[in-house]
Design a protein around this ligand. Sequence first.
Ligand code: FES
Length: 134
Amino acid sequence: MSLILEIYLAKSILLQNNCTILRKVAQLKWYRVLGAEEAAKRIPKGNLQLVKLGQQRICIAHTDSGYAAFSDICPHLGESLTGGNINFMNEVICPLHGYRFNMTNGRECQQRTQDLEIHKIELRADGLFLGVRR
Ligand code: FES
């Protein structure tokens, strides 16, 4: 009885999470930032590139595991992360105080400040696309 209830609850949680994920995906607007070849030339591995979408400042990182995109504004005191570096753990390092952020989940390595806002980014055959919440 208890096992069935747990499975039912797990399914229910999964359904809720899937709906949340679908809602978030549906609210993305995709922008072609660069052509696929141009992206590799303009943003070589280990580099950061600032992209401005209207008022939004987005930093694109090219790492060994691909591209990552996140807010250019450091959640600590607002420094531009594009002026920072990428370390061997694929973390972006803020140039002002050296806080390190995971580029996948946005967490600062010692959780000293809020998470970094992460954006979707995809390298497709026809270019590098940035998915930004509306
Ligand atoms: S402003 Fe980025 S770590 Fe302080």
